[in-house]
Design a protein around this ligand. Sequence first.
Ligand SMILES: *Cc1c(COP(=O)(O)O)cnc(C)c1O
Length: 431
Amino acid sequence: MTEEDFDTKRLHAGYRPEDHQYASSVPIYESAAFGFGTEARAEGIIGGTISGYSYTRNGNPTTKVLEDRIAALEGGVDAVAVGSGMAAITYTILNVAEGGGRILAPTNIYGASLDEFRTLFPKFNINFDFYDDVNDLETVKAAIKPDTKAIYVESVANPSTEVTDIEALAEIAHAHQIPLIVDNTFPTPYLLRPFEFGADIVVYSSTKGINGHGNVISGLVVDHGQFDWTNGKFPQFTEPEFTLGDEATGQQASFVEKFGASAFAARIQVKYVRLFGGLLSPFDAYLVLLGLETISERLTKEVANATAVAKYLSQNPHVKRVYYSGIESANPLVTKYLPKGIGAILAFELDGTAEQVATLLDHVKVFSYLPNVGDAKSLIVNPTKTTHREIPAAIRAKHALNDRVIRLSLGLESATDLIHDLEQAINQAFH
Ligand SMILES: *Cc1c(COP(=O)(O)O)cnc(C)c1O
């Protein structure tokens, strides 16, 4: 996909104005249910032989535009919108390892993901094999077991900004007939599209950069449509499925038979969203669509701001280390995967004490002190006390996460004002 294609799709893909009174803004279908009209039409909609809507938990026209748009932007066959990034991750893991199995994942992942993987999924008979260095390919190869169902990674680590070698991990996964799942929240599809490097499923917290305004909690699952679910390891996609049956003939179909390449996304929609119920509201889908319209301009400016701030911090005598792989001139993974920039998030270690970190946080005026990223406003947080608190200390230590590390998410303010704000707050801390 060229940059021009992307820029056009983020505004138009998945939406046919002629189906909606030629409304220029995607209408919000804030309706729990949709009339069938006639009995024959009801039969067609429920039976899946004609397209249409019946009940918003089963599908909604506003949400569908978001799903189709993100699938187009990502280069996938289908997508499912859900109520949060965690719902997207949860449904994806359940869908791939339903009934039990193992997943391979690095330890440097989002705090709630790590907590869920360590403490909750094992209760559902889904167990994780963790490893420390996301790009340690030999360890990955050695850790795959007969019942391993997927490799799960994040494309850019939080907050170290280490870049994942997606193509190498996809090759290993495919050699073992398992999919590679990538949480691509930090770069967004504007900066990186993991399917172009062989990933099979991409998940997002669209709470962050995709929406970009800090006003919605939402998640997305995107299906590349290339993985072969019929290889014997994933019976949930090939077994006859009661809900896909044809009552008149008594014929049952599997997800692969009925949905082909989009079996994975379809199964999340039909089983998990419809039955577990964690859908995205049409109003929130509308807000995500609105945010998405300016994704290219937002990310371009945020990357420029993050780069300027990272360069400023790396010259500051009170800063011990800056974590922003985007300014590492000779990092081949950055050149390969993120040539337009690694994103809006960076971290730095203050050359001081935890008390000085607290003073700094107390004195920022432009930055907002809160646990989020990817907002149009610049954000600051101390991960070990907040966002990464649920990560065990031993794991934090392995990823250089100590109580002097501060994470920033750069917004759209002036870089000069942001740098001045940090400068005065650092000066207060070292007063
Ligand atoms: C925020 C985040 C999540 C969780 O998303 P929610 O929308 O908060 O549920 C998952 N992964 C990453 C990388 C995140 O930053």
